[in-house]
Ligand binder design. Structure first.
Ligand SMILES: [Zn+2]
Length: 540
């Protein structure tokens, strides 16, 4: 028996798309083209995470050289209006503030002297600074219904002496919630609904009752899906029916097991949305089509499809306020390669009872005018596992957007050597190489059969080629380091192929990302591995 009551939220559901310009500074034309497509695919809202890509006056130091003028950006906002897409601005109010705190003028606002990602919520200068910036956002965006305050992943909450002292007397939860309420109140007074991400409020939930109920919560979960038996507990990790702890059951049990906690009970994967709605918050579900651990050349489409399908549908339930598809550009993946997830709302809203397999068939037929997607889905899966230098963890790029040191690839190999992990990585690269090659063949065959969107498959083929080259290069680095028959000719041919792939990858990004950032992205992807390759060739 369900012990809790959930308030039914009336009105149309929000179907939103997240435009993250944190790392990929999208071009005007690319954004215009996608806004039109989003509207056609059933989206009604765009969440603009513009960060330093507007010529801000409140924080001129952070403004990117490629930033939009306000007049130019207003053209995009007008286009949204014409397309019936409402715009939601996003400004970070605690975590993910690298783009501000990396500048000397703002270091005093930082929670820790050795990091530059989080503001100190008790710094008396912070609220006036953010308040001024929020007003500048509102001037730019005009009349809005919602304002997103970020407020996720405040990794060092309570670190500075002042915050630590506060947290000891009250709690980390109280520290966080007091800050969010303080920044949100003036927005609420303007008749606008503030929004925050869910993670901090759920991880530190002791004082949740004090969080203003006029704040909407965007409940994000990217790695889970129905049938996995797993559910995420913020601050504690992924759990199952067998591993769930008593304190978690005491707090969330009614929502994780809404039909009782008998042995073998199936957990509700997305119980957090029910929990938040029960506690009086308007709640929007947020799946992802690209996030942490994705390869830069291919996201884990099969995982994202399951997460998006289940969590988007959850957001359309009567007691929830809708859904937002997130996509994180620190992983450098163009939206085209996430298209199978992005295209989902059109199907889900028309076929609420359909299965994911039915969606996948519909997608292949709708966009490729073909009836069999096996080759496509298999190839996407084969490309999704990483080898060295294919993702943030080993490539080294990040939200800091700083250049990657030229000796980065060499250092990665050397530290793996120290950890005795070179053989393991070599084996991984060899396995991936076979999979990436198979993916390329499958995409080639698929392209010959379809009657639409061939250019999308060509993008996938470039991804496969980049993957093959990365895996071959990794093998070459490790084999050389281990003294296993070094082959100078192989090194030279890898270098030639790298030059060609660099050219093709830059051409691919040309219509997507503005020039300055595009150059940086190409450097992140290629410069350090190229440098190491050249060094090894010289030594052989
Ligand atoms: Zn502090």
């Amino acid at each position: 028996m369900i012990k809790h009551k959930i308030t039914i939220q009336r009105g149309a559901k929000m179907i939103a798309f997240h435009i993250d310009m944190n790392v990929m500074q999208f071009s005007f034309d690319y954004l215009s083209k996608w806004l039109k497509s989003l509207s056609e695919m059933g989206y009604d809202t765009v969440l603009w995470e513009v960060e330093n890509n507007i010529q801000w006056e409140t924080c001129p130091e952070c403004v990117s050289p490629d930033a939009f003028s306000k007049e130019r950006f207003k053209e995009l906002l007008r286009l949204c209006k014409d397309l019936n897409l409402q715009s939601i601005p996003l400004l970070q109010i605690i975590g993910h503030c690298e783009y501000v705190l990396k500048h000397d003028a703002y270091k005093h606002l930082s929670e820790s002297s050795d990091r530059f990602d989080q503001y100190c919520p008790l710094n008396p200068e912070l609220a006036p600074f953010l308040g001024q910036w929020i007003n500048e956002y509102l001037e730019l965006f005009g009349k809005v219904n919602y304002f997103h305050l970020g407020a996720d992943e405040a990794w060092t909450l309570g670190n500075c002496p002042k915050c630590s002292n506060f947290a000891q007397k009250a709690s980390l939860s109280e520290l966080y919630i007091q800050h969010v309420n303080t920044i949100a109140n003036p927005i609420i007074e303007k008749g606008i609904t503030p929004i925050i991400w869910c993670d901090m409020a759920l991880k530190h939930n002791e004082a949740l009752e004090k969080l203003n109920r006029k704040i909407m919560i965007f409940d994000w979960q990217y790695g889970t899906y129905r049938g996995s038996g797993k559910f995420l507990v913020w601050g504690k990790g992924v759990m199952t029916t067998d591993t769930v702890s008593q304190d978690v059951l005491d707090r969330f049990g009614d929502f994780i097991f809404p039909h009782g906690q008998e042995p073998g009970s199936i957990p509700e994967t997305f119980y957090t949305s029910d929990f938040l709605a029960f506690h009086g918050f308007q709640t929007v579900t947020c799946p992802s089509s690209c996030f942490w651990q994705d390869n830069f050349f291919a996201p884990r489409n099969l995982l994202h499809l399951r997460n998006c399908f289940d969590f988007m549908k959850k957001g359309l339930q009567a007691h929830l306020a809708g859904t937002l598809l997130t996509s994180w550009t620190v992983h450098l993946v163009p939206w085209e390669l996430q298209f199978a997830c992005i295209a989902m709302p059109e199907f889900i809203t028309q076929h609420p009872a359909a299965t994911l397999e039915e969606y996948k068939d519909w997608f292949i037929h709708r966009y490729f005018k073909f009836n069999d997607g096996d080759l496509f889905w298999k190839a996407c899966g084969l490309l999704s596992k990483p080898c060295l230098f294919t993702n943030v963890q080993t490539l080294g790029q990040g939200k800091h957007t700083k250049p990657i040191p030229l000796d980065h690839a060499k250092n990665v190999i050397q530290s793996l050597k120290k950890e005795n992990k070179l053989e393991e990585e070599l084996k991984n690269a060899q396995t991936r190489l076979c999979e990436y090659k198979e993916a390329l063949e499958l995409f080639e065959t698929f392209k010959g059969k379809i009657k639409g969107k061939e250019e999308l498959i060509e993008l996938w083929m470039l991804s496969a080629k980049n993957g093959i080259h990365r895996a071959e290069m990794t093998c070459f680095f490790i084999e050389t380091e281990l003294g296993l028959a070094p082959k100078p000719d192989k090194g030279k041919s890898l270098l030639d192929e790298l030059a060609e792939l660099k050219k093709q990858t830059e051409t691919m990004y040309t219509p997507i990302v503005k020039q300055g950032r595009r150059k940086e992205m190409i450097d992140w992807i290629f410069a350090a591995v190229q440098h190491y390759l050249e060094e090894l060739i010289r030594c052989l």
